[in-house]
Design a protein around this ligand. Structure first.
Ligand code: UD1
Ligand code: CA
Length: 460
């Protein structure tokens, strides 16, 4: 059987009041359209997926190109029926089509397969997926020939509902299967004689029935799956639902998540068993967390890899970084991109790192900036130490060997190399390389004047 999937994604999403095209808005850390494509790509090859784009077409194409789908441009968006008319030259050669909405991101592969199988079993020209949400207002309603029977007479849009139909509970999901031949034979009969002056794909139901074709409905119990994201509020509801499903999947794998409704975990994240995630944590992008870790509240971790048994204390911000096992981060650490924290190393409160490597067991526990630096194993970076990596023009590197003791409040002016086992006296400004096992002092000698303060006071 030759099957194509068409995803309608050309609309502007006026109800979002946003400059960004609707299908590029994100829930669960991915664009709406990417979720739909991911589900569709489990059913057919990407080359048999056609995404109808129009509003901000080039931005949408660029954002979705990586999926390998094909694009159809609907330059003027004259309705869902017109979207499918526009795709006709590309898809009329297939036997059957499944039509999905770029703005119904929760659709699951299983449901697409159920729709396909039901459509084929029923030998229908059109099969519409339906559900019964708590509040059907705003959706098109599916009118069946008789309750409990699969045959459909028509789909009636909200604005065309007769008073007695207003509470009709069964809605059109906007997801359909069609046999291509009758669809394209009759699609030219759609008219714009309706509240929006658009070509409605929903009108195909009545048109096909009139042409003596079989139109049926398949109901799904999973309401979220077919809900469209038409407003930011609706989108955030779906986001919460999607993230709760992710949290539940992780918990089923042995991860403890306190107050899972407060966590923001992207679907792409992995977490090992016996890791504990405290309330109000965000785990984003390609983050991978090992087992036996504890991620304390208010930490935000993005595109980072964290080994086993790592403790990330409260309020840490970690991006595109690598943390080896048994390390201790935070509270309030800022690990910027390309930070590599070695096994058992400590990065403490108000320490910022960037493009830097801390060796195994190294410690930078308080109030430091470590940028463009290499810190050897076992080295201690005293409180308030700063690598001066920027001279106003270029960035320079600081290399610190193993088992070095950098005294508190040191200023290390790069480019600079401090060799193994050396000592930097507290409060130093170091501008020259320090050889192994040396002591470097770079500060004024202290002067103490006995009784000076007492005399000063008595003069007043
Ligand atoms: C549509 C259905 C409605 C159903 C609801 C389910 C119609 C007329 N109505 O309404 O019965 O209950 O979905 O969510 O189809 N699009 C295009 N080109 C266009 C217009 C729209 O590609 O010219 C795309 C949109 O980007 C969107 C999808 O089609 O992804 C649905 O369009 P939308 O305007 O959201 O339709 P609804 O009003 O939600
Ligand atoms: Ca919609």
């Amino acid at each position: 059987m030759q099957l194509a999937i068409v995803i309608m994604a050309a609309g502007k999403g006026t109800r979002l009041k946003s400059r960004r095209p609707k299908v590029l808005h994100q829930i669960g850390g991915r664009a709406l359209a990417e979720h739909v494509i991911a589900a569709a790509a489990q059913v057919v090859e990407p080359k048999d997926i056609y995404v109808v784009i129009g509003h901000e077409a080039e931005a949408v194409r660029a954002a979705l190109r990586h999926t390998g789908v094909r694009f159809v441009v609907q330059a003027e968006q004259r309705g869902t029926g017109h979207a499918i008319q526009t795709a006709k030259p590309e898809v009329e050669g297939y036997e059957n089509l499944i039509v999905l909405s770029g703005d119904a991101p929760m659709i699951r592969t299983e449901t697409i397969l159920r729709l396909r199988d039901f459509h084929l079993e029923q030998q229908a020209a059109m099969t519409v997926l339906t559900t019964r949400p708590a509040d059907p207002t705003g959706y098109g309603r599916v009118v069946r020939k008789a309750a409990g029977k699969p045959e459909v007479i028509a789909i009636v849009e909200q604005k065309a509902l007769k008073p007695e139909q207003l509470s009709a509970p069964e809605i059109n999901s906007g997801i359909y299967a069609f046999r291509a031949e009758p669809l394209f034979k009759h699609i030219g009969e759609l008219s714009t004689d309706n509240a929006h002056g658009e070509y409605y794909l929903t009108d195909m139901a009545a048109l096909l029935v009139k042409a003596k074709e079989r139109v049926v409905a398949l109901e799904t119990a999973d309401v979220h799956e077919v809900l469209g994201a038409n407003t930011i509020a609706e989108m955030m509801e779906l986001d919460a639902e999607m993230r709760m499903r992710k949290a539940q999947a992780l918990m089923a794998e042995g991860v403890t998540i306190f107050r899972p409704e407060t966590s923001v975990i992207d679907s792409t994240v992995t977490v090992g068993a016996d890791t504990i995630v405290e309330p109000f944590v965000q785990l984003l992008g390609r983050t991978k967390i090992g087992s036996g870790c504890r991620i304390r509240s208010y930490s935000v971790i993005e595109d980072s890899t964290i080994g086993d048994d790592v403790l990330v204390r409260n309020g840490s911000v970690i991006g595109s970084s690598l943390i080896a096992k048994n390390a201790l981060i935070g509270p309030y650490s800022h690990l910027r991109p390309e930070s590599e924290i070695g096994e058992g190393a400590h990065v403490g409160n108000f320490v910022e790192t960037k493009k830097s490597r801390l060796g195994a067991g190294a410690k930078a526990n308080h109030l430091s900036y470590i940028g463009d630096a290499e810190v050897g194993a076992g080295t201690n970076i005293g409180a308030g130490t700063i690598t001066c990596n920027y001279d106003g023009k270029g960035k320079h590197r600081t290399t610190i060997g193993a088992n070095v003791f950098v005294g508190s409040d040191s200023t290390l002016v790069a480019p600079l190399a401090i060799a193994d086992g050396s000592y930097i006296a507290a409060g130093s400004t170091i501008t020259e390389d320090v050889p192994a096992d040396a002591l470097a002092l770079g500060r004024a000698r202290q002067t103490t004047k006995p009784d000076w303060a007492k005399k000063m006071r008595s003069r007043k």
